[in-house]
Design a protein around this ligand. Structure first.
Ligand SMILES: *[C@@H]1O[C@H](CO)[C@@H](O)[C@H](O)[C@H]1NC(C)=O
Ligand SMILES: *[C@@H]1O[C@H](CO)[C@@H](O)[C@H](O)[C@H]1NC(C)=O
Ligand SMILES: *[C@@H]1O[C@H](CO)[C@@H](O)[C@H](O)[C@H]1NC(C)=O
Ligand SMILES: *[C@@H]1O[C@H](CO)[C@@H](O)[C@H](O)[C@H]1NC(C)=O
Ligand SMILES: *[C@@H]1O[C@H](CO)[C@@H](O)[C@H](O)[C@H]1NC(C)=O
Ligand SMILES: *[C@@H]1O[C@H](CO)[C@@H](O)[C@H](O)[C@H]1NC(C)=O
Length: 741
């Protein structure tokens, strides 16, 4: 979901004004010339049957059987981070998803979940100050300060901070950062550069040291000693992240920690870069403050499956299947530091290159860091990062495979969204804007237009991630979801590659997050091109049409899935319950932190009844192409309301639907002698001319594992050669004839 992006980034990042739709072409040069589409070698857990031989529609298959795709998102991360729900409360929500009749739940797993960074709060900190404060000790203060004013000793200050990371257990440290929290904005609002130095001397005492004495490595604000022996340059504030307002500030200290800090302990001094023209200074939380300085250590080879096991445990306990959303370097166009380990952020970012040649990272910062502080735009053509992320997905799915085997193969995970609402143009701009890194976007010049380059970039980016899944021991279907204001992977290009001999694709399908409360919109989605912000066609080639996120808050939410299915698409809801306020459920009273979920409206019980209704014929809904999409055996009645489309056929037998309570109907020709009828509200079906074929049985019931299970006969009246069957809401009725119609 993109709400957060709009809120936090909308103001700070200039979006491309006019998005140029990428065209599809086989002639684009490869950016990664070694990229090949991977084909699973392990037996597949799930896939899309695109042959249209056994089944007439593109059919999602799980464990070799058609799978009725009817999902809903549950964002465990938001429930816990934003609402503070306990594990048992989240587990209960998964039970509710299952009870609501969904066939699967969609939940996120982030790179940081499986490779968590280790965080150490400062164990010591203080600052020293010149002038009238030169003999004062600030060792008990909850704040530390840095500052500088030429010629005014009173405004000169240095901050000292120390960390003990001797308990760090991971194999190695690949990246490290130091994070300070500024609690009082810059002096006179003047943003300035901070210089961070690592020190060799760890024997300083914050409870006694002053500007005058007891403090290592300084002469005034100058850091003293022998460079690269007594002190080391760690990093300075980059031009796009000067010390300024009240928020967090990170300083990279990877080199110092990896190569120079003594084992398990590290001391730093932070200095305001001396400035001849203005007074600069900042106040930060100390080790005794509410947001103590933090040392964050990141390791590429450390894996932690605790969260994944917990998440899948909740899902398995509810008897659900799940699709995972991979929160890697690309979630709604950004790379959030709350979702990726720090070692990832040391890769190439996208830069804005100004006319004078100066560069600025394309990023934004959040002052509300629940979802991260730094939001970068990592370069999608950073081939080293691509390789790392692919290997990470492969490791994740290999683990899921090993876990699944150990549990007796419940096959809980059935698919993965490899990138959530991905974008290239969002940060890259359009029409050759300078938002790029010349080093990695250098291939741009090989393309005729930027939009061609965007199409190729997005395809390679997504296919590379999908390859990691396909190459694992647990291959599942792969997908991405577009948002209307982002480019997303070009559906036409993915389909062109799929159909090009010797190329293909490992990205199984692409869908949209339309957020449209419209029955006709979702109906059209599965069989027609349409315009929503731009032109789309999710029926291109062999793409499985799926509405990937649509609001759960719509009072019409019960009528949208059947309209989508009638038009040939599958349908996912955003969301079951959560702080984004799109849920079917809302908190009893969020203002008093009463997070007992309550149905948002009376429509929610109809949503649930519809799901259970679909389950009675799920194999057919999964595998038969709807009449509207060109099929012949799966037909729907009155899905748009207004008493429209009330007739169909069963061979030479006419089928006429009459709603009694405003609902929709379905008919399925299972064979020449087997017709299935269903209605999601009270209705009648008249089968005209059926009597001469001989009525063998008319029963209510359901298909369980595609086998009919009767709950009793259904009453009907005969009029001449016609019969009329009355259904109550959510009935499914099977009519068997003696002779084929
Ligand atoms: C660091 O300090 C904060 C604030 O006191 C605390 O909430 C957090 O648990 C501490 N983290 C660690 C790793 O000790
Ligand atoms: C010094 O201050 C000026 C004026 O605010 C600013 O433009 C410049 O970037 C500062 N230089 C440093 C090194 O902080
Ligand atoms: C470390 O700093 C303290 C305080 O300035 C000083 O007393 C001590 O001699 C220093 N140690 C070394 C090895 O330089
Ligand atoms: C803040 O700015 C004002 C106006 O420019 C100036 O007079 C004052 O000295 C500045 N204060 C500091 C602490 O630099
Ligand atoms: C209704 O029937 C018309 C004519 O057969 C068809 O074009 C249209 O797609 C149908 N609409 C629905 C919602 O079934
Ligand atoms: C049977 O149904 C057809 C089509 O709806 C209708 O024209 C006909 O009159 C019906 N016959 C009887 C005897 O009800």
């Amino acid at each position: 979901m993109v709400t957060l992006f709009t809120l936090i980034l909308g103001a700070t990042v200039a979006h491309a004004s006019a998005y140029i739709k990428p065209r599809a072409s086989t002639t684009y040069p490869a950016i990664d010339t070694s990229l090949k589409v991977s084909v699973p070698t392990a037996s597949v857990i799930s896939e899309i049957d695109i042959s249209q031989t056994t089944y007439d529609r593109l059919t999602p298959m799980v464990d070799g059987k058609p799978f009725f795709y009817n999902g809903i998102q549950l964002r465990a991360d938001k429930l816990q981070m934003q609402w503070g729900l306990a594990d048992n409360e989240v587990a209960e929500m998964y039970q509710m998803v299952a009870a609501a009749g969904y066939t699967h739940v969609i939940s996120e797993i982030s790179w940081l979940n499986i490779q968590p960074d280790a965080t150490f709060n400062a164990t010591k900190s203080t600052y020293i100050r010149g002038g009238t404060s030169q003999a004062l000790n600030f060792g008990t203060s909850s704040s530390v300060k840095v500052g500088y004013q030429k010629g005014n000793e009173n405004n000169k200050m240095l901050t000292y901070v120390q960390f003990d990371f001797s308990s760090y257990a991971a194999a190695e440290i690949d990246a490290a950062r130091l994070r300070f929290y500024v609690n009082l904005g810059a002096t006179n609002g003047t943003a300035f550069i901070g210089n961070l130095y690592g020190l060799s001397n760890n024997s300083w005492d914050p409870s006694t040291m002053t500007w005058q004495n007891g403090t290592p490595n300084h002469d005034g604000v100058d850091v003293t000693g022998t460079l690269n022996s007594d002190y080391f340059v760690a990093s300075s504030s980059p031009s796009w992240d000067l010390l300024d307002g009240v928020q967090y500030y990170d300083f990279d200290c990877s080199d110092f920690i990896k190569n120079h800090a003594s084992k398990g302990i590290a001391s730093f001094v932070l200095q305001a870069q001396t400035n001849a023209t203005s007074t600069v200074g900042i106040t930060m939380d100390s080790s005794r403050g509410a947001h103590p300085p933090q040392l964050v250590l990141s390791s590429k080879s450390t894996w932690d499956w605790t969260y994944l096991n917990k998440l899948l445990g909740w899902i398995e306990a509810a008897g659900l299947k799940c699709e995972l959303i991979w929160f890697g370097t690309e979630t709604t166009g950004t790379t959030m530091d709350s979702r990726v380990p720090y070692h990832v952020l040391t890769h190439v970012k996208n830069y804005k290159v100004a006319a004078d040649g100066s560069i600025t990272a394309v990023m934004s910062k959040s002052t509300e860091p629940m979802y991260g502080v730094y939001w970068y735009y990592m370069d999608k053509n950073d081939l080293t990062l691509r390789a790392l992320e692919k290997a990470t997905l492969k490791t994740l799915f290999n683990y899921i495979g090993a876990r699944d085997a150990a549990l007796g193969s419940p096959k809980t995970v059935i698919g993965v969204e490899v990138a959530n609402e991905p974008a290239v143009s969002r940060f890259h701009g359009s029409a050759f804007t300078p938002w790029q890194n010349p080093a990695t976007w250098g291939r741009l010049s090989a393309f005729a237009t930027e939009s061609d380059f965007v199409a190729r970039t997005m395809w390679e980016f997504c296919v590379n991630l999908a390859n990691g899944v396909k190459e694992s021991n647990y291959p599942v279907w792969t997908r991405t979801n577009d948002y209307t204001s982002t480019d997303g992977p070009n559906i036409a290009y993915n389909e062109l590659m799929r159909s090009t001999s010797g190329i293909g694709t490992s990205l199984d399908f692409v869908g949209l997050d339309p957020y449209q409360d419209s029955r006709s919109f979702v109906y059209n989605y599965g069989h027609k091109p349409f315009t929503l912000g731009q032109a789309w066609d999710f029926t291109t080639g062999k793409n499985l049409p799926v509405i990937m996120e649509n609001g759960g808050q719509y009072a019409d939410a019960y009528a949208l899935p059947i309209a989508a299915i009638a038009g040939g698409a599958f349908y996912d809801v955003y969301e079951m319950y959560g702080p984004d306020n799109y849920g079917l459920y809302v908190p009893a009273d969020a203002t008093t932190s009463n997070y007992t979920p309550v149905a948002r409206g009376s429509y929610v019980s109809a949503v649930i009844h519809n799901n259970q209704f679909f389950k009675k014929m799920s194999n057919d809904l999964a595998s038969r192409l709807a009449v509207a999409a060109g099929g012949s055996t799966l037909d729907f009645y009155n899905v748009l309301g207004g008493n429209t489309n009330l007739t169909g056929s069963f061979g030479s037998v006419g089928v006429t639907y009459a709603q009694i309570a405003g609902g929709a109907g379905v008919s399925i020709k299972r064979s020449a002698t087997e017709l299935v009828l269903g209605a999601n509200s009270a209705a009648t079906f008249t089968l005209s001319g059926i009597v001469p074929f001989g009525i063998a049985s008319v029963q209510k019931g359901a298909y369980i594992n595609n086998v009919w299970t009767s709950t009793g006969t259904a009453s009907y009246i005969t009029s001449g050669n016609n019969i009329t069957i009355t259904l109550v809401a959510y009935d499914v009725v099977r009519v068997m004839t003696n002779k084929g119609v």
